[in-house]
Structure formats: C-alpha cells, structure tokens
Design a protein around this ligand. Sequence first.
Ligand SMILES: *Cc1c(COP(=O)(O)O)cnc(C)c1O
Length: 428
Amino acid sequence: MSFDTSESFARETDRRDPLASFRGRFHRPRGRIYLDGNSLGLASREAAAELSRTLREWRTLGIGGWLEADPPWFTLGETLGALAAPLVGACSEEVVCAGTTTVDLHALVATFYRPEGRRRRILADCLNFPSDLYALAGQLKLRGLAAEHLLVLAESRDARTLDEAQLIARMDDEVALVLLPSVLYRSGQLLDLERLARAARERGILIGLDCSHSVGAVPHRFDAWGVDFAFWCGYKYLNGGPGSPAFLYVNRRHFGAEPLLAGWWGYIKERQFAMDPEFRHEPSAAGWQISTPAVLSAAPLLGALRVIHDAGIERIRARSLELTGYLMFLVDNLLPQERTCLSIGTPREAGRRGGHVALEGPGWMWQVHQAIKARGIVPDYRPPGVIRLAPTALYTSFHEVWRTVRTIKTVLDRGEYRRYPLERTAVT
Ligand SMILES: *Cc1c(COP(=O)(O)O)cnc(C)c1O
C-alpha cells in the first residue's frame, strides 16, 4: 500500500476499510483518539452485554449458574479456551482461560522447567516484561537454585530489539528452558517464533512464549511451530477488560506432564467433586487451572472473542499492518528526525513488527506524552523516552492516525511540551 500525507488520503482510505463497521461496535472515549489498545483494549458492546448477562444469571440462578448458566460457569475456562484456540493455531483442548498472566507463567514453568544433569539454565532476554523475569528468578529460588547463575538473559545490541540468530546461539546444552515474548512490549518487535521454536526443539530444549502483546493482533500457529507452552493476557488486543483473566496453551504432547502448582480446578473434570485427596489432573490444558474461575471478570471475553472472530484474525493483521505502516510513514515525513530528534524504534519489515509503534526521543519525551494527552490523544509511555502508539485494527481510523501525527507536530513546533513537568506519575 502506498501512502501520502494529505488529510483526504486518510479519509479516502477509511471509506474503503473493510473493517470500518467494527468501530461502531466499541465504546470509544468521547473526544479522544485511543491508541492504547496494546495496554488495555476498549469495551465492545458485545463484551459489555455478556458482562450484564452474566450478572443477571448470578441474580436469577445463584449457585445453579455453575451448571445452568449459558455457557455453564463450571467449564467457562474451557469454553473460552476453545474460542481463543483458533487465534493461536491450537486445538480446543490445548487452550484454557485461567488465572492471570504472571500466575499462568508460574503454573507452566513449575511443570516445564526440569533441570537435569548439565541442563539447568533458563534462557530469557533482557528486554522482556519485568514481571516475567521476576517470576523466573522466583521459580529458581523456590527450588533452592541460584537465580543469578541459572537465569541467563540474552542481550540486545541496540537496547530495543533482539536478534534471533544470537538467541539461538545462546541455546546451548546447559539450557533446559527458553522463555521469550512474541512481541517486545517496548519496541514492538515481533520475533520469528517459528524459527526459535524449531531451534529449541532441535536442541532438546523446551520453549515457552509470552504472547500478551500479540494474541488478537497477530495470527499464531503454535501447533505447527511445535511450541511447548504459551500464555497471554486477556485485556490487551483481546479487549477482555481491566483485570480480565489470562489464557494458557499446553501442546498436547505434554498433557501427561504434572501441573505442580496444582489446584482442584485442574482435577479430572467429571470427578472434581469426588473430593479425592490425591490430585489427578485433567489430561488437557485445563489441568493447569488452579482455582475457581473469576466468572464476572471472564464474562466480557465471551463477547470480545466473538467480535474478533467476526472480523477474522487475518483481516485484523492486514489492517493493523496498514495502520502501523501509515503511522511510520507520517512520522518519517512530518516529523523528520534531523529536525525533531524523534525516531521509530520498531522494525520496519511487516513480518518483524507487532501491533504498536515505538516513537523514541530524548528525555523530554515524557513531556511530549503529557502534551499530546492534554490534546486528546491516548498513547502510553515507557521509560526511557518511548511513546507507544497502538492504532488498533478494530477501532482506529487512518484519520485518527493522521490527526495524531499532526498533533505531535503541533506540540513540537510550538514548544508546547515544555509546559509539562519532567517527573513521571505512577501509572504511565
Ligand atoms: C501485559 C503483559 C503482562 C501482564 O502481566 P499480568 O500478570 O497480567 O499483570 C505480562 N507479560 C507481558 C509481555 C505483557 O505484555
């Protein structure tokens, strides 16, 4: 697709958008341009309706809802897992909606980190989401192992991207487990997951993926790639709402492995209420559930996933790439680096970027962030000096992207950002 910088081009492209009708299915904050769908996706009408419906079921059915609600709460995790499975190229039994992202990481690593002989290391990367690194170090310490020796973080040459060849070179015979993100939360780089999974497998290493920043924006093929396990949150591109539960994937070849962060919700489903004191897990991803599902928090996902299926993940990806491509084009042409000191930290190639664009700049980027926010743009900010802009396929228009870059230009041209403080607030 070729772009130009005119407003009429933006409007014309929106008129031809095959996903245009989806905008109306979302509650969009009035008077704002919402570019934070990679942090918290917006509420669709369907998601909100499912939440209200579930609340009604609670009112009318009480405890009966576990079996009589539609779908029954007793198997809500499995139902949602089956709905999400096509988004990651898995079969229904391999995905379950349960717990939260970091808790699912713990539950999976408890099973899949199996140090043996020389193979004792966990390979992760220095750019991963900090929660994942805290959890991995915690898992090692729980077993009385020295996290400072056994948790190996692959480095980044440019502090924003990872090199697959370098990661693979780190997969030596001392590594038991590799845990990597699909899309780096700061720069937006999409890793070549197929290549990394193949390399891990060839070396007898298990590989797990944190796909919080890609599911719902990018198609995945976990089964075909031979990924061992994965997990991702429900509130970013899946639009499940704040505090939405997460999803986990276990490749079916591991269904016999034991969930060691065990809980009764992972028990063989039809015998769960036999209350057997000895744990026997459901031989599917459902076995890695721990507790009673958070039914009210999970309910919006029923509607949210329906919206994504209606649009189709391939069409979502195509539109997302057009939006991010257009955004980068406007930054290059309206905010030239030699004049503004701003640059794009996201890889340019379509196959190497996820759903957001990282705009990098000097220390005063936090002030720019505040200035554009005051003008109705909703981005987010990650230190040092990165403004993340996520034009979401289902509800962001080309015209909004155009207005965003024009707004950044105005704020810079007029020096408006200098009015804002340099100190940061708690949630950015
Ligand atoms: C958003 C995100 C998380 C979130 O973790 P929670 O446990 O849901 O708070 C974890 N990892 C990555 C890569 C993320 O992008």
